[in-house]
Design a protein around this ligand. Structure first.
Ligand code: FPP
Length: 271
């Protein structure tokens, strides 16, 4: 049985995947939005100007997913490691996040977007945490687009949190060690109710995953572009979708076996 069957099983029973299959279109796209600082530097402007321009690109990306019927979008907004940036940049980014939450949530709600945040929420200041909670609560009933914002998120931290949850359950006698399998781990990771990302996009030219969704990206198609995040346009996203549609996804099987099901979303690989 290919490992991908695990992600099919990851959604808890009675919680079928909330996102319909749309053929060669990815159901779930995960994005590393990189290049804001370089975009600003090229214009001899402070880095923060790049982040502000990056916020506009976030809107473009969300609009694109809504237009194209992509069911889930996960954006890497702030990594666990980004706290180590200069205090001034971190402070300005926090202000930008707070403003975006104040400005955008109502409109996103109106358009059927369900918002959630993944990452170490407790590290944010009270007012931001409250806005995050409120955004999640007010959009909980929506299902047109599942938008996950990874904020103070790290893939290794996500795995460690799942391991801690499992250890706690074992210690409490609710789980036997021999019952810990991929499904049990996956069910305790962030985004466990969504299909794994089918397509990963990174702007800014670097070819790495940078501690993003390490577990969830196991069979994701990776797509990189030199375009800096604030320069993002619809044509670039169309290119990513076209390249994705042309890929053959094999899920660990042979090309011959895979021939009949290339491009199935990653939780629908055959047994
Ligand atoms: C990486 O570019 C970007 C970030 C660390 C911040 C991402 C923030 C935004 C796109 C703005 C708003 C987001 C939301 C969700 C409202 P970088 O600073 O590492 O760029 P560089 O590699 O060119 O220095």
């Amino acid at each position: 049985m290919p490992e991908t069957q695990d992600s099919q099983d990851r959604a808890p029973p009675n919680h079928p995947s909330p996102i319909p299959d749309r053929g060669a279109l990815p159901r779930h796209v995960a994005v590393i939005m990189d290049g804001n600082g370089r975009w600003a530097a090229r214009r001899r402007r402070p880095r923060m100007i790049g982040h502000r321009a990056g916020a506009r690109a976030v809107n473009l990306c969300i609009d694109f997913c809504l237009d194209r019927g992509i069911g889930a979008l996960t954006l890497f907004a702030f990594s666990s490691e980004n706290w180590g940036r200069p205090e001034e940049e971190v402070g300005a980014l926090m202000k930008l996040f707070l403003n975006a939450l104040e400005r955008e949530v109502e409109e996103l709600d109106r358009r059927g977007v369900r918002i959630r945040f993944i990452g170490e929420r407790e590290r944010f200041a009270g007012p931001i945490r409250e806005r995050m909670d409120a955004a999640e609560a007010s959009t909980r009933g929506n299902g047109r687009l599942h938008l996950a914002i990874a904020a103070s998120y790290g893939g290794r931290q996500d795995v460690a949190a799942a391991a801690r949850a499992l250890a706690t359950e074992v210690a409490a006698g609710r789980l036997r060690p021999e019952d810990i399998d991929e499904r049990a781990v996956g069910a305790r990771m962030a985004l466990s109710d969504l299909p794994d990302p089918d397509l990963f996009i990174r702007t800014g030219g670097d070819l790495r995953i940078s501690n993003f969704l390490l577990w969830q990206l196991a069979y994701t198609e990776l797509w990189f572009t030199d375009i800096l995040w604030p320069e993002l346009d619809t044509a670039t996203l169309e290119r990513a979708l076209a390249d994705f549609a042309a890929r053959e996804r094999r899920f660990g099987l042979t090309g011959e076996q895979a021939g009949g099901f290339s491009n199935l979303p990653s939780d629908r690989a055959p047994e």
